[in-house]
Design a protein around this ligand. Structure first.
Ligand code: SF4
Length: 444
């Protein structure tokens, strides 16, 4: 049985570390000079109004430029770099333009002829991922001879890890991303993530673990400087190794279990050969889950401060990216409101989100977050008083209106501040720590 090779290298120096990583597994050796290359970084979040922590969240520009230089050394010229960044407004193209400029992708264009592509400004093609599930996939990525998939070494609060497979979700359009978080008990988010590479011609994966992230995938996670790089031409092998480096067994990651089953592969790395650094020397524990109370109806931090009369159930995998984007904000509002109530319980209020949750009997007010919840439960007999926050995703004005119906008045300016500058305060925890270098996300 031939084994798939995965290389692990410590990041030490620009260019040389990525060169060693790539050469250990001959990653680029079979790419013809005239091949069309599509580089897929991970830009899971961007805010053009304020600085925010990129460490462990976004693929470093350092690794991207090194990959481009190595391709150019091989005479490969047709290179695109593309991402579909999640934004609150579907028509917003300024956020992607700002990200590409500040991450140095425009300089890659000037220096090496690399084409930066906001996938939302290019066509999508409706394809069947091979399971009957149809998605609108980036035509540019589908047309590429090779996709070089460059995720970050990080955890994910729903998918457990987000590495080679999950990073490809950024290549489908808004509607397909919402559909991905399905309420089907079998063909759910995890099943669908495992199918993402199916229609791409060739995928080569490089995991950027210069920084890793606990409780990812976004800016509220906890980053660590780890200086780890991992690569392979086999996406399942590289993701299983990446998962172990995060201290998570691959068989605890549902989409990796599904991908192994689809490929009739074992989960114990017995058919994987690791070259370079030893996995056990670099693996370390990373938390991925947000902890709730035993009943699963209140985040532990809210239970610890004594919140009473309110249920906010733990999200499930049917909650899509767009609604989960407002989840953290709602919990912060509830925390602030509780502190100003001086111990007075809420009036038995329940919040429901995603496509699966159902109302608990005996609650006085039920807040249905998002169109999915409204459609599912609008006529549910357990609801005494319904407060719907319709929209897909809901607007912040609708959120404000719903909160006023449970006695929490919020100024409109608060939401503008959250959108424009709210991420800035998260920079504080990295202040004075020189290992967190902003320059790794720029091209000099
Ligand atoms: S309502 Fe929310 S969870 Fe449902 S598809 Fe729309 S954004 Fe996603």
């Amino acid at each position: 049985m031939s084994k798939s090779k995965v290389s692990i290298v410590k990041y030490e120096k620009p260019l040389e570390s990525v060169r060693k990583l790539v050469e250990l597994v001959n990653l680029f050796d079979e790419i013809p000079k005239d091949a069309k290359i599509f580089i897929k970084p991970n830009i899971v979040y961007w805010n053009r109004f304020s600085n925010f922590p990129k460490w462990g969240v976004i693929t470093s520009s350092r690794v991207i430029e090194d990959v481009v230089v190595l391709l150019k050394e091989r005479g490969i010229d047709d290179i695109s770099i593309g991402e579909g960044i999640v934004t609150a407004d579907i028509k917003d193209t300024e956020t992607a333009a700002d990200a590409f400029k500040k991450l140095g992708y425009n300089l890659l264009k000037e220096r090496y002829g690399v084409k930066p592509i906001n996938t939302f400004e290019h066509p999508f093609e409706k394809i069947d991922l091979g399971t009957g599930f149809k998605v609108n996939f980036s035509s540019v990525a589908l047309a590429a001879d090779v996709v070089i998939d460059i995720p970050v070494l990080k955890t994910h609060s729903q998918a457990v890890v987000t590495l080679g497979f999950k990073n490809l979700k950024g290549l489908i359009n808004y509607a397909s991303r919402k559909k991905f978080h399905s309420d089907d008990p079998v063909k759910d988010l995890h099943y669908n993530v495992a199918q993402l590479p199916n229609k791409l011609k060739k995928v080569l994966t490089i995991i950027d673990g210069i920084y890793t992230l606990e409780r990812g995938p976004a800016i509220d996670g906890k980053a660590h400087r780890k200086n780890i790089l991992v690569a392979s031409a086999d996406i399942l092998s590289v993701d299983m190794v990446g998962s172990k480096l995060l201290g998570i067994e691959p068989d605890d990651v549902p989409h990796l279990v599904q991908a192994a089953k689809d490929r009739k592969r074992p989960m114990d790395l017995s058919d994987v050969e690791i070259v370079g650094e030893k996995l056990d020397d670099l693996a370390s524990h990373h938390e991925w889950d947000f902890i709730y109370n035993d009943a699963g109806d209140l985040p532990l931090p809210l239970e610890r401060i004594g919140v009473k009369g309110l249920k906010y159930h733990k999200y499930d995998s049917s909650l899509c990216t767009y609604c989960s984007g407002i989840n953290g904000t709602l919990l912060l509002i509830i925390k602030g409101a509780w502190q100003s109530r001086k111990g007075k319980p809420f009036d038995n209020v329940e919040f429901l989100n995603g496509k699966l949750m159902e109302p608990t009997p005996g609650m006085n007010k039920t807040i249905l977050i998002g169109q999915c919840q409204y459609n599912k439960n609008k006529d549910h007999p357990n609801i005494k008083e319904m407060i719907p926050i319709k929209g897909c995703p809901p607007s912040m004005d609708d959120v404000r209106h719903a909160f006023s119906q449970i006695g929490i008045e919020l100024p409109a300016s608060m939401f503008q501040n959250i959108t424009k500058g709210g991420a800035g305060f998260l920079m504080a925890k990295y202040k004075g720590r020189p290992e967190f270098e902003e320059s790794l996300f720029q091209i000099e």
